[in-house]
Ligand binder design. Structure first.
Ligand SMILES: Nc1nc2c(c(=O)[nH]1)N[C@H]1C(S)=C(S)[C@@H](COP(=O)(O)OP(=O)(O)OC[C@H]3O[C@@H](n4cnc5c(=O)[nH]c(N)nc54)[C@H](O)[C@@H]3O)O[C@H]1N2
Ligand SMILES: Nc1nc2c(c(=O)[nH]1)N[C@H]1C(S)=C(S)[C@@H](COP(=O)(O)OP(=O)(O)OC[C@H]3O[C@@H](n4cnc5c(=O)[nH]c(N)nc54)[C@H](O)[C@@H]3O)O[C@H]1N2
Ligand SMILES: [Mo]
Length: 744
């Protein structure tokens, strides 16, 4: 049977019109409403029907013998009928609960899984675990942990509130911003995705409008490609942004351009910061020459940029990569401080913002946050959490004390790990270390559609359906489209929905009624949709009934951005009447809360702290490795099929021609990238569009080590360092790693 018109479905990288023939997906075309569709979906047919799909429930042979050495991923698996595999898993979950308690279960299960409101893998897992007594959860994200912790300290607002209700939206930027200074750039490659899917990509359109009206986009980045061609590239040494920002701040002081009136009305603690900036405390003025020596940006460029920022309407934008680094808290604080010194915070098109272009949701402004439609997860009786990126620390060091945002904590003793919808062997740093940590628990259970590196290192693997094999609906709060996600094909192999997998486990653990509340999948989708519809109606937004949505496939909802004044505009207008929810009610250039943490690295205002690995270190490894997000996919998803394309693996690593010449590396040469932590293969791409000394190796290759532990696909996480940003946010630090490279 062929399906001539295809049907539209949503995905993180955008909606697509998907065509099937004889029960198989044969093509995925761009969604016709999308002016800038992503090409990621093109590989869908090959990925969904790939031989690397998990066909049946599988149990690791070694685990059946009582062997925990799973981290190296060398074991083979025994396929089993569903009932048998579910029995084994339920028995082990039950045993661990009885003997060690629910506090021994790690169910954080970080990862993007797939769009769709009901079949959200983590949500299903968390609900299941809460129904059986709870689990150790995680806090924060790999994306922006430092931002999530710092924005409340500085502005008193959570990151989402800041991004959606406070910082300037694109329309304001296009209308008012003259200079957009983007640390880490604004790259439409990243704006292909949003967590809840997107109907019509908009970032590229906004950038074109900004260009057309003559705005200046300054791309402060180690890579020219991080912003569109019309931007001005300011090449910067990775990890040095804080120093560069301090240099800009010093220029404002030196030239008398600081807006002291704004600082006095709207901020606290500028004097403390100023003493540091001018070198009163340590005798080191953080001036343009000082900043130039650290950042590689010439002092004259710093002076020119500072002048431009002070004399034009300026928005300081920061990509999340900049804070995914050691002391990633500092560039955010420094940038917010610089914006305060410029005195443009709360003016149209001015101030500090983050996440523009990081996903397509950046700069969407205050949308009506249509609530509802999310699977209720219940309450978790286990109170223990960890900062998300400290998972290997936790597994390796039960009982070890650590500090986190002013709290003293200890790591729990984890016996069971359950993962659904994430790929830690993609997302975590220092994968060889993760392998050692992975051998610690008694049991690891993974649901995934594919044999990812994580699935290959699990004890029990449950094959999950992809979104194309089940019905759902998609609704991203920052996007005006609403999608029915039809079941396009039957589940492949013996795959089951995550909900069905957890229902099977819940039934065996006496919690089926609690988990399902007597509803089947269809009943749940109807309940979530009705909930979404009712909450939308409360906001005055009309949403069709589910049957109508099903018939229409997708609809555009009238969900225009609210015209409400932004929190910062109101604050600026009258800081006493509209104080920020910080301890002082003002923007905290100096934070007593952070100073009181008494962490030796942070005195309570933004500071430059040299990373332990960066180009200023004269160690054994001379090159700085950056591992940005891949342009041709989302993280490690669809990798099975992408890796099959001729010449696609190992991944390409970008390197400056001078560095290539110094090492006898030609364009296209097979290379090894290495340091003490690991080695991976890659293929050299010589380009003058990266700063000398910097290697760019995007993430997303599946980890596939050879006999010597050398990753064959080009996964940068065999090389990255697994330490927290600092004791404040304990975020991941993937961008702080030194390596070397050699031709082979
Ligand atoms: N070196 C380095 N590392 C990084 C980063 C970096 O910049 N540099 N970035 C970090 C960031 S920001 C992030 S967000 C993470 C992303 O890391 P992850 O979110 O873990 O990466 P994904 O590949 O999206 O993992 C999703 C997994 O869910 C599976 N999946 C999809 N749909 C379903 C489903 O319906 N059910 C189930 N059970 N599984 C499903 C997919 O097959 C895939 O294996 O990576 C981080 N890692
Ligand atoms: N196509 C695609 N889009 C994605 C994703 C994906 O996997 N694929 N993932 C999504 C997710 S989960 C997230 S969190 C976002 C992440 O969004 P970001 O974190 O903003 O994106 P990255 O690609 O990691 O980094 C952007 C650029 O920052 C630059 N950079 C790195 N280090 C430094 C530094 O020290 N200083 C400066 N100034 N620049 C630096 C690098 O050149 C890099 O290309 O992307 C989202 N968008
Ligand atoms: Mo992310």
């Amino acid at each position: 049977m062929s399906d001539d018109r295809g049907r539209v479905t949503s995905a993180h990288w955008g909606a697509a019109r998907v065509f099937t023939e004889d029960g198989r997906i044969v093509r995925a075309d761009p969604f016709e409403e999308d002016p800038d569709p992503s090409s990621i979906a093109r590989i869908l047919p090959q990925a969904v029907h790939h031989a690397d799909r998990v066909a049946r429930p599988s149990v690791r042979r070694g685990w059946l013998r009582g062997d925990r050495a799973r981290g190296a991923g060398r074991d083979d698996f025994v396929e089993m009928p569903w009932d048998e595999a579910l029995d084994i898993a339920a028995e082990e979950i039950g045993r661990i609960r009885r003997v060690h308690g629910n506090g021994a279960i790690y169910g954080g299960s970080y990862g993007w899984s797939s769009a769709g409101r009901f079949h959200h893998a983590q949500g299903q897992l968390h609900r299941f675990l809460n129904c059986i007594g709870g689990y150790v959860a995680h806090q924060g994200t790999y994306s922006l942990s430092a931002m999530e912790i710092m924005l409340p300290h500085i502005f008193g607002l959570g990151e989402i509130a800041f991004r959606h209700c406070t910082q300037e939206r694109w329309s304001e930027i296009v209308a008012h911003t003259e200079t957009l200074v983007a640390f880490g750039g604004i790259n439409t490659k990243n704006a292909q995705t949003i967590a809840g899917g997107t109907g019509a990509h908009r970032t590229a359109r906004h950038l074109r409008a900004f260009e057309a009206k003559g705005g200046t986009l300054v791309n402060v980045s180690p890579q020219r490609e991080d912003s569109p061609a019309f931007s001005r590239w300011v090449p910067v040494v990775p990890g040095s942004d804080t120093a560069l920002i301090l240099g800009l701040a010093h220029e404002l002081e030196r030239t008398g351009r600081v807006d002291h009136r704004f600082l006095a009305r709207c901020t606290v603690g500028y004097d403390r910061f100023r003493g540091y900036l001018l070198g009163h405390a340590d005798g080191v003025a953080k001036d343009a020459d000082w900043a130039a020596a650290i950042s590689g940006v010439p002092a004259a460029t710093i002076a020119g940029l500072a002048e431009r920022m002070a004399t034009t309407r300026t928005m300081i934008a920061m990509a999340w990569s900049v804070q995914r680094a050691e002391n990633g808290e500092q560039p955010i604080w420094a940038a917010a401080t610089l914006a305060a010194m410029l005195g443009q915070i709360g003016l149209p098109g001015g101030g500090f913002g983050e996440g523009y272009g990081t996903t397509d949701a950046g700069g969407t402004g205050p949308m009506r946050r249509l609530g509802g439609g999310a699977l209720p997860q219940g309450t978790n009786p286990v109170r223990t959490t960890i900062p998300v990126a400290r998972v290997a620390d936790m597994l390796l060091n039960p009982g070890m004390p650590y500090q986190y945002n002013g709290e003293d904590r200890t790591y729990p003793d984890i016996r069971l790990v359950m993962w659904a919808g994430g790929n830690p062997y993609h997302h975590h740093q220092d994968l060889r270390r993760l392998e050692r940590a992975w051998d610690k628990p008694d049991c690891i259970i993974v649901n995934d559609p594919w044999w990812t590196a994580t699935a290959r290192r699990a004890d029990i693997v449950f094959p999950a359906t992809t979104p194309y094999e089940r019905e759902d609906f998609a609704r991203e709060p920052s996007d005006p489209y609403l999608f029915h996600m039809p079941r396009l094909i039957d589940p492949q192999g013996e795959a089951r929905d995550d909900h069905e997998i957890f229902r099977g486990l819940a039934a065996r653990l006496g919690a089926e009624e609690a988990f399902t509340e007597g509803l089947d999948t269809e009943g749940w989708i109807a309940r979530l949709y009705e909930d979404f519809r009712e909450k939308s109606a409360e906001q005055g937004v009309a949403v069709p009934g589910f049957d109508e949505l099903k018939a229409r496939n997708w609809v555009l909802i009238d969900d225009a951005p609210q015209a409400a004044e932004s929190v910062l505009a109101a604050f600026r207008r009258d800081p006493d009447a509209h104080p920020l929810p910080t301890p002082s009610g003002r923007i905290e250039v100096f934070s007593r809360t952070i100073a009181a943490m008494a962490y030796d690295h942070c005195p309570g205002h933004a500071v430059w702290i040299a990373p332990t690995e960066w180009l200023g270190t004269r160690g054994r490894y001379p090159l700085h490795l950056l591992s940005p997000q891949p342009g041709d996919k989302l993280h490690s998803q669809l990798e099975a099929a992408l890796a099959d394309e001729p010449g696609a693996r190992p991944m390409q690593v970008a390197i400056h021609p001078d560095e290539g010449a110094a090492r006898g590396i030609a364009d296209g040469a097979l290379v090894e990238v290495f340091n003490d932590r690991g080695v991976c293969l890659a293929r050299a791409r010589l380009t003058a569009d990266v700063v000398p000394g910097v290697l760019i190796l995007p993430t997303g290759a599946w980890y596939r080590p050879d006999g010597q532990g050398r990753d064959t696909q080009g996964n940068p996480n065999v090389l990255t360092r697994d330490i927290g940003t600092s004791r404040i946010a304990q975020g991941p630090t993937a961008q702080t790693s030194l390596v070397d490279i050699r031709a082979i």
